[in-house]
Design a binder for this molecule. Structure first.
Ligand code: SAM
Length: 281
């Protein structure tokens, strides 16, 4: 049974980290004329109304995107690009929603050119339906398991692809399935850029995932983590991370600038912290 609805978390610190890295990777892809394929294996609903009953319940966006917006004038170029993309996305897809925040598939559609291709997977029927309504003209959208569906899309005809993998990890087997899926994906298409989001949890469920991903690509990866507060007891996410296989070479340098700013703006006073680790040829 799928109980996770991303609407409860839209615009939180994890979305900020994930969508910043998504935007920076897409910006890199756009620098070459050759078209590419963007795949979102866990796409969500597309656009979120931050005033609706989901997002307003815990108002997680207040300790995420709202803090970035308040600091708009003092942001480095990387975070300005992220914020401008979010703003443009809301203008294009959220015209009727005064207080909106876009999900990863719409962030991508905002940036993709007509010649690029997008494929989104979403397993929750209601969220898939919402996504269909907004994006059917621009992307192929499938109500299916994105980890199982990725294989058939690789290698892409264009020989360029960026795959975002953003599971809710409600099913603890996802940690292992993500590694196995990427093992298969790299065999079919070794040069793709693959970005995986994961939560930082006190019991350390993410550690085997990170180690498994590192072993898949020990010489060419980037890991960025942002803890927004210290661990509190045995449960509850205290931050999140992104692991990128075959990252664009400038991404590490961009995050060396942007991550300390995210830490300053989003972490609780004297708690949390950020780490960046990378290997590239
Ligand atoms: N990527 C989105 C974004 O950044 O805006 C958020 C995605 S949310 C964290 C995870 C989504 O994956 C949920 O909407 C959930 O319904 C969906 N989901 C869960 N398991 C799935 C699976 N095996 N395949 C595709 N979607 C799945």
């Amino acid at each position: 049974m799928l109980s996770y609805r991303h609407g409860f978390h839209a615009g939180n610190h994890a979305d900020v980290l994930k969508h910043l890295i998504e935007v920076l990777i897409l910006d890199h892809f756009l620098r070459k004329e050759t078209p590419f394929l963007y795949v979102d294996t866990h796409a969500g609903a597309g656009m979120y109304d931050l005033d609706d009953r989901f997002a307003s319940r815990n108002a997680e966006y207040r300790s995420g995107i709202s803090k970035i917006q308040h600091a708009r004038r003092e942001l480095p170029a990387e975070l300005r690009l992220y914020l401008e993309t979010i703003d443009q996305c809301c203008d294009q897809f959220g015209k009727d929603i005064p207080h909106c925040y876009p999900g990863s598939p719409l962030v991508a559609l905002q940036m993709l050119r007509d010649k690029d291709k997008a494929h989104f997977f979403e397993l929750h029927p209601a969220d898939c339906d919402l996504l269909q309504k907004q994006a059917y003209r621009h992307a192929k959208i499938t109500l299916a398991d994105g980890l199982a569906g990725l294989k058939a899309l690789l290698p892409p005809a264009s020989r360029r692809a960026f795959v975002l993998i953003d599971p809710p990890y409600e099913d603890k087997r996802d940690y292992r399935t993500v590694v196995d899926t990427l093992h298969g994906a790299l065999k079919r298409f070794a040069t793709g850029v693959y970005a995986v989001w994961y939560p930082l949890l006190p019991k350390g469920e993410h550690r085997d995932l990170v180690e498994g991903l590192r072993q898949l690509s020990p010489e060419y990866y980037l890991k960025a983590e942002l803890a927004t507060h210290d661990e509190r007891g045995d449960y509850g996410m205290y931050g999140s991370g992104m692991f990128v296989i075959n990252p664009p070479w400038k991404l590490a340098q961009q995050l060396e600038t942007a991550l300390p700013v995210l830490d300053k703006l989003l972490s609780e006073e004297g708690q949390g912290g950020q780490t960046l680790e990378f290997r590239q040829p």
